[in-house]
Design a binder for this molecule. Structure first.
Ligand code: NAD
Ligand code: UDP
Length: 386
């Protein structure tokens, strides 16, 4: 369906067989969609859940012979090695990656992000398969600037906060701040993959996503996920808005994040897939440095946009403060600020993000409202009745 597509160097893009692990998650579902709609690549989609890609798996689509779902838990399934062997490229997205888990389930977090990824790296090395591994911007941890006095003018100097793949150190909190279990596990698997590249010639690309958001991210507690689980901020705030309750700001909502629309980020991943000569051996920040907000500003923006898309009146009280201990429990800690340096990805892949924070929020909250608002209301009235 894609015709004579060419890569950034004008070479024909050959159809690949891609073994995508964690294909049923948020990022995986968008990547599968893109590969089915716009390319001739074949996907062997591995996950323990397939709901987010079920629309792609229905028979009768023009791409139906290019995607197959394998319900596999990579922790203990011998089929994984065979699927890696059959592929041209492995993409590993599988992970526990919700902050509420890092301090409450540190062992599961470390096993998922480090131990379970080891066989994937090993099979790629042994079978000479190219690997695109999903890491995280959290490997940077806290900024150097966060250790300066609050009023220090140096805090405004990019040298103290801009996160650069080949320069910035990784700064985590003490071991009792179990928040960093995830970042530390991701950092170690990055180092291992990098070492495999240096010593054994593994062809790899490491992706560090900076708060990718959009439709199908996480779950709404009590609707399509456990009532007592805490998803990432987009789903937490969407849930608050649909319930008509104030948005909870953890520790004052002072942390800063840059958000990128999932479809912009998927453009970058597609370029990595189709331009191996430019992507191999690289670590890429993938984010949108222009979309920076504090969490408090994000809450106000989401309230405005949700009122617009739902037609609801703006509530008088929009936010409420909670401590991180109340919200996440003991051992939570936070990244203060995350601005990706874009030099390497711009140079290697000629890629830049496009979508503004307002626009991405409008698309995403329209989806959240259409998909969930009725179900949230039903769940609330059921809870009141019982
Ligand atoms: P997600 O939770 O939606 O997707 C992860 C998928 O992996 C899930 O569908 C899960 O079922 C699957 N999985 C986990 N363990 C598995 C196992 N043992 N066997 C088979 N499948 C398993 O998360 P996402 O947002 O799509 O993130 C994908 C990757 O990107 C992760 O590695 C994450 O650490 C990284 N990342 C994402 C973001 C972001 O902004 N979304 C930010 C930083 C890093
Ligand atoms: N956060 C918040 N209220 C919520 C959920 C999250 O204030 O209901 C904050 C959280 O403490 C962090 C930021 O929002 O500072 C982003 O959290 P997220 O879970 O999306 O992941 P992170 O960017 O920290 O990996």
């Amino acid at each position: 369906m894609a015709g004579q597509r060419v890569n950034l160097d004008g070479e024909a893009v050959k159809p690949l067989t891609i073994c995508m692990i964690g294909a049923g998650g948020f990022i995986g579902s968008h990547l599968c969609e893109r590969l089915m709609h716009e390319t001739d690549h074949t996907v062997m989609a591995i996950d323990v859940y397939g709901d987010k890609i079920s629309h792609l798996l229905q028979p009768g689509h023009e791409w139906s012979d290019r995607i197959e779902f394998h319900k596999i838990n990579i922790k203990h399934d011998p089929r994984l090695e065979g699927l890696v062997k059959m592929s041209d490229l492995v993409i590993n997205l599988a992970a526990i990656c919700t902050p509420a888990d890092y301090n409450t389930r540190p062992l599961d977090t470390i096993y998922s992000n480090f131990v379970d990824a080891l066989p994937v790296v090993q099979y790629c090395r042994e079978n000479e398969k190219r690997l695109i591994h999903f890491s995280t911007c959290e490997v940077y941890g806290k900024t150097i600037g966060s250790f300066l006095a609050k009023d220090s003018p140096l805090r405004n100097d990019p040298a103290f906060y801009m996160l650069k793949e080949d320069e910035t150190p990784c700064i985590f909190g003490s071991i009792d701040k179990q928040r960093w279990s995830y970042a530390c596990a991701k950092q170690l698997i990055e180092r291992l993959i990098y070492g495999e590249g240096a010593e054994n010639g593994l062809e790899f690309t490491i992706v560090r996503p900076f708060n990718w958001i959009g439709p199908r991210m996480d779950f709404i507690p009590g609707v399509d996920g456990p009532q007592d689980s805490v998803p990432r901020v987009l789903a937490c705030f969407s849930n608050n808005l649909m319930k008509g309750e104030p948005l909870k700001l953890v520790d004052g909502g002072e942390s800063q994040r840059t958000f990128i629309y999932i479809k912009d980020a998927i453009d970058a991943v597609q370029r990595m897939i189709e331009n191996p000569a430019r992507a191999n051996g690289q670590i890429f920040n993938v984010g949108n440095p222009n979309n920076e907000v504090t969490v408090r500003e994000l809450a106000e923006l989401m309230t405005d946009v949700y009122c617009k898309v739902s037609g609801n009146a703006r509530p008088e009280v929009t936010t409420v403060d909670v401590t991180s201990k109340e919200f996440y429990g003991v051992g939570y800690d936070d990244s203060d600020k995350r601005i990706p340096d874009m030099t390497i990805i711009k140079k290697q892949l000629e890629w830049e993000p496009k979508t503004s924070l307002y626009d991405l929020m409008e698309h995403t909250l329209t989806y959240q409202h259409t998909t969930y608002a009725e179900a949230v209301k039903k769940a609330m009235s059921k809870a009141t009745a019982t």
